[in-house]
Design a protein around this ligand. Structure first.
Ligand SMILES: [Zn+2]
Length: 536
């Protein structure tokens, strides 16, 4: 928008009548551009298609949850035991159990939990607001003066200007090897208004605001300008990389930097940073869809009272996090057009995808579980699974180290046909076994046989999903500390920032240098810089 409310209040009949033709034409163009922009914004809503495809997260389309629910009904209860098998989940279950206070009712207790008080987080209505009282001595003053009249375009270089508003911005400067340490820099920003000699219009230079991402609605940028790009980046780092709560960040800034920022400002700063980087999501998604090998994993993620799932999609150079339903819709939409190899666990949502690989670490752990169980058949089956997988793993490692000189593929399936056939028979024999865990592992091998043993034909493909599990582990700890997110907007802000941070780190670039530039550029109305490519 070129014209501010301050400008529009001054534009009336009389003003337009007085304006010479050339100036009137110029103003018409401005008005037309603003009107088109306003119309486009008006038409943006979740149910029409006028928005650019990138403006909405594909997994957040209406109906995603409905589909997810029906998927669950249709697929989850087929012959496969619904035991899901990510280490992350197992780890937290153990931790959750450990965290339970002694004497707590066992889970599954039928008494409903006490109703939560219907109190909204944050400032309560009627509570007196707390204004900013901290004023610093500025290191510099920056003046922002209008250069051309918003009415008639005449130059305002010679016009007398008065300061109509101003604010202090606090920024953090760090990482300069010539001047090691962290420095707080305070700048007084002054904004000026000037009257036009030619037409009488008063033009104000106004602070730039980052355009809201349509999927981050409700992001208000009231006090954001107080927090400079460097300080905003530190807040993002403390929140996501160091997993501090908003209250702890508030405490840290107060105690260590002598800066008093309200919890609300810290919260808005995080959401603004997410809105800043929102455009990279389309690129991350494209990288994933173009990749030859993708790791996927998921873990539960509470969002207020809803049970959501935190998904990770990870290639050699890109990490994308998504918080969405647990159903197939998320996978289908993220993998739209993907033709590479997909490494995942046995969760039903992935099963429709043909070029799938299974993590052997999970299968080996389950086999080990059987080896240690009390059922004699189960122990024997577990032992067979474990030794077969270990034999094949040794063969795969050998094939990786010593590929045949003529470039022909090693024919592992043929070389180990005997072992595979023995296992296949044992699997078939245990499909209806009375011991639940034995039956479950047999069914899992039966359903996923091709995905599990595909790696024999392509020994260079990975054997485990460790990369994706490692990526989720950091956030599993964050979830334990924060109990998830509160709103859909909060979840989206969280996944956007997490995706950018982890992708930068994966590419051996500083996410913090990137974020400082991104926030600086976008606050000046410049486009978002692309994510750094793989560095050295
Ligand atoms: Zn003018």
């Amino acid at each position: 928008m070129k014209l501010s409310q301050h400008d529009l209040r001054q534009l009336d009949d009389g003003y337009l009548q007085r304006l010479p033709e050339a100036a009137l034409r110029a103003l018409s163009l401005t008005l037309l551009a603003d009107l088109k922009e306003a119309q486009e914004r008006l038409q943006q809503n979740p149910n029409n298609s006028s928005r650019p495809p990138s403006s909405r997260a594909p997994w957040d389309r209406p109906g995603v949850d409905a589909t997810a629910a029906s998927d669950t009904d249709a697929d989850e209860d087929d012959a496969v035991a619904p035991s899901r098998d990510a280490t992350a989940r197992d780890d937290d279950r153990a931790a959750d159990a450990a965290a339970e206070p002694p004497g707590a009712p066992p889970s599954g207790d039928p008494t409903p939990p006490p109703e939560r008080p219907k109190r909204k987080p944050g400032k309560q209505p009627g509570t007196p607001g707390v204004g900013r009282t901290q004023v610093f001595t500025a290191h510099a003053t920056e003046e922002h003066r209008p250069t051309a009249c918003h009415g008639c375009q005449a130059s305002l270089a010679a016009a007398a200007a008065v300061c109509y508003t101003g604010f202090q911005s606090l920024d953090l400067v760090w990482g300069d090897p010539k001047e090691p340490g962290v420095r707080l820099r305070v700048v007084d920003h002054r904004f000026f208004e000037a009257g036009c000699d030619a037409c009488g219009h008063h033009t104000r230079e106004q602070p730039m605001q980052v355009a809201d991402d349509p999927t981050l609605e409700g992001v208000q940028l009231r006090e954001w300008r107080l927090v400079g790009p460097g300080l905003a980046t530190l807040i993002v780092a403390l929140s996501l990389r160091f997993r501090l709560s908003r209250a702890r960040i508030h405490e840290f800034l107060d105690d260590w930097l002598g800066v008093h920022l309200s919890i609300g400002t810290i919260h808005q700063t995080l959401h603004e940073a997410a809105a800043v980087v929102a455009p990279v999501e389309a690129t991350l998604l494209a990288d994933i869809q173009d990749s030859g090998l993708l790791h996927a994993d998921e873990t539960s993620w509470p969002q207020q009272e809803q049970d959501r799932w935190l998904w990770v999609f990870l290639t050699a150079t890109t990490t994308l996090y998504v918080i969405a339903g647990r159903g197939k819709a998320t996978v289908t939409q993220v993998l739209d057009g993907f033709t590479g190899w997909l490494m995942s666990d046995g969760w039903f949502s992935y099963r429709g995808y043909a070029r799938r690989l299974r993590c052997w670490a999970h299968l080996l752990r389950k086999a080990q579980g059987l080896v240690e169980c009390y059922d004699a058949d189960g122990r024997a089956f577990g032992h067979l699974v474990r030794t077969t997988l270990e034999t094949l793993m040794a063969a795969i490692y050998a094939a990786r180290e010593d590929p045949p000189p003529d470039g022909a593929a090693v024919d592992l399936p043929r070389a180990y046909a005997q072992e595979l056939q023995t296992l296949r028979r044992a699997v078939a024999a245990h499909l209806g076994h009375r011991h639940d865990k034995t039956k479950a592992l047999a069914v899992e091998f039966f359903n996923d046989w091709d995905a599990i043993f595909r790696v024999l034909e392509h020994p260079q493909l990975p054997l485990t999903n460790n990369a994706a599990e490692r990526a989720l582990r950091h956030w599993v700890i964050a979830r334990r500390l924060s109990h998830g997110t509160r709103t859909a907007v909060g979840s989206r802000a969280f996944t956007l920032l997490a995706s950018v941070i982890d992708t930068c780190r994966q590419r051996r670039n500083s996410p913090w240098t990137y974020l400082v530039k991104a926030i600086t550029d976008r606050r000046q109305g410049l486009p978002l810089a692309p994510l750094p490519q793989v560095g050295v």
